[in-house]
Design a protein around this ligand. Structure first.
Ligand SMILES: Nc1ncnc2c1ncn2[C@@H]1O[C@H](COP(=O)(O)OP(=O)(O)OP(=O)(O)O)[C@@H](O)[C@H]1O
Ligand SMILES: [Mg+2]
Length: 296
């Protein structure tokens, strides 16, 4: 009898283990989640996101760009794509993840309406489980780049908490620098007391490498001195007229001219990222969902 009871317990234990598995999909994932953010708006996040994605794709990576901007859907406009459906449709069970993925002609896939993910808090347990399962189909991607809104909304902090790498974009403008610092302070106080995060800095729209380096040293120096945190300087991007041309033509500048100054810089940034193995410090999408739930 005892033997049978033990067998039964063993079966139950095994069931328990298998039941837990779907929840852990994201924890086991190999996708590198890169969240691109900034203090001030208009400093180049969307351009950095899209063009990094294209360079990654050229390296043979499977790349998904998630448009998590609260405002207008910038990513698809820059790629001249018209989204028919977004993540919100997946949440409502109207579409599957596969159906809403927009394939661009540049070998990267786009998911729109990602800021709507906070609506997950309104779902029933069953709906949420289904949504998480759908979301986990994205784990096929090697790289997931999340393009966020500027500033420090709860939404943005959630995407930062989920990231393996957080790229803070700034320009040399004093206002952009102040806002980048303010953002870092909030990331530090809101998140970094509970978790490790890999913060990285990109200085966009610079005249030259020296100017960018000086700015990076200022920000990274202040972060070390006052918050005791390390921000890795990832690189700079020249102020280059090709960027606004590319936006006008709705084609990424790395496609229009891969040898342009701006494109070469993005290539260097990706190469540098590739040399740093992600520590997977971010909580992934399971953390994202957890945070949204705990807030309600
Ligand atoms: N390296 C650059 N050289 C020249 N112009 C640039 C560069 N980077 C960005 N810009 C200009 O800044 C504009 C804003 O860039 P982008 O939309 O990528 O910023 P953003 O941070 O995503 O803005 P938002 O906060 O509104 O989402 C571009 O349309 C372009 O005109
Ligand atoms: Mg943008």
């Amino acid at each position: 009898m005892e033997d049978q009871a033990e067998k039964l317990r063993e079966i139950m234990r095994k069931r328990g283990e298998t039941q837990e598995k779907p929840q852990k999909t994201w924890d086991k994932k190999k996708s590198r989640i890169i969240t691109v953010t900034s203090g001030k708006g208009g400093v180049g996040k969307t351009n950095v996101s899209i063009n990094m994605a294209i360079v990654y794709a050229r390296l043979g990576k499977k790349v998904v760009v998630m448009d998590a901007d609260l405002g207008l859907a910038n990513v698809n406009i820059m790629l001249d794509l018209a989204p028919k459906h977004t993540l919100v449709n997946v949440m409502r069970r109207e579409k599957t993840m596969k159906e809403i993925l927009m394939e661009s002609e540049y070998g990267i896939s786009i998911v729109g309406g990602v800021s709507g993910i906070s609506k997950v808090a309104d779902l029933t347990d069953e709906e949420r489980k289904h949504f998480i399962q759908e979301l986990s189909t994205l784990s096929y991607a090697d790289i997931i780049i999340v393009d966020t809104s500027a500033g420090v909304s709860k939404n943005v902090l959630d995407f930062i908490a989920a990231a393996d790498d957080v790229i803070i974009v700034t320009t040399p403008e004093p206002t952009a620098l102040t806002d980048a610092y303010a953002l870092t302070k909030i990331i530090h106080s809101e998140l970094m007391e509970h978790m490790e995060l890999d913060l990285k800095l990109v200085v966009n729209r610079t005249k030259n490498a020296e100017e960018a380096k000086k700015i990076a040293e200022r920000i990274t120096g202040i972060a070390t001195q006052f918050m005791n945190i390390k921000i890795e300087y990832l690189g700079f991007i020249y102020d280059d007229p090709i960027v606004s041309h590319a936006v006008m033509y709705q084609k990424p500048f790395t496609v229009i001219d891969p040898r342009s100054k701006a494109a070469t810089c993005v290539q260097h940034i990706v190469e540098r990222m590739e040399r740093m193995t992600p520590r997977h410090t971010g909580g992934g999408f399971s953390m994202l969902i957890k945070r949204i739930f705990n807030r309600t």
